[in-house]
Design a protein. Structure first.
Length: 226
């Protein structure tokens, strides 16, 4: 599976993601025309990520967001009551999508090798499709509220546990070498993060996401397989 095939199979757009946010927060959003809400949520989230990745979420003011999204302050407050509520809407939905897609792709495979490949490729391709959010979540974690920090840590640990569980499964079935599964999972996670955190480095070297995916698979499998 390459990135183009992944995109066809997953086939979610920013519009789809924002429609999910609307459906989950329908009771608190004062605008009731779904298409209008979804269109404006897309503008708000894109503006939030753009400003935050430039100057930081905490430094972003509502006026900054109003200008970048081209919406009045009054219009913004029709969608959320505070920056914290905006952050929760954005983070909760993106985390839910990541978990849902990861779990689905991994569960399609029975053998440990297939499950590990599915986990690595899905995480990498998701981070390519949603790079601004992945970058934002990592870089902003230390500056957010304690609650959001805990959720960010839990999300990262969840991914590492998925990988560690697959590695343990492979070891118990005799498919993988007896390595430290937790430490191996942490290193794999770090390699996956390097793609979306240091995007410019790879762009300058003209390395595509598919090239990076092949390298990681070859590197990991050479280390763990008998």
């Amino acid at each position: 599976m390459d990135y183009a095939e992944f995109q066809k199979q997953i086939n979610f757009s920013k519009f789809d993601l924002c429609r999910e946010v609307y459906q989950k927060n329908r009771s608190s959003i004062r605008i009731k025309k779904e298409n209008k809400v979804v269109e404006n949520l897309e503008r708000i989230f894109s503006a939030t990520l753009k400003i935050s990745n430039r100057k930081g979420f905490q430094a972003m003011s509502m006026r900054d967001l109003s200008r970048e999204a081209n919406l009045s302050l009054g219009a913004l407050y029709a969608y959320f009551a505070s920056k914290e509520e905006l952050l929760a809407m954005l983070q909760n939905q993106r985390r839910a999508v990541t978990k849902r897609v990861l779990d689905d792709r991994i569960d399609r495979e029975a053998a440990p090798v297939g499950r590990l490949r599915a986990a690595i490729l899905t995480h990498l391709y998701l981070s390519e499709a949603m790079q601004p959010w992945f970058y934002f979540s990592y870089m902003e974690a230390k500056n957010l509220s304690r609650k959001e920090q805990d959720l960010a840590v839990a999300s990262e640990l969840y991914t590492e546990k998925l990988l560690a569980d697959i590695l343990q499964q492979g070891q118990s079935q005799g498919a993988f070498e007896l390595r430290d599964p937790q430490l191996t999972a942490s290193v794999i996670k770090a390699m996956l993060q390097d793609w979306y955190l240091k995007r410019r480095k790879y762009a300058r070297r003209r390395i595509s996401v598919d090239q990076y995916a092949r390298f990681i698979l070859q590197f990991v499998e050479a280390f763990i397989q008998k």
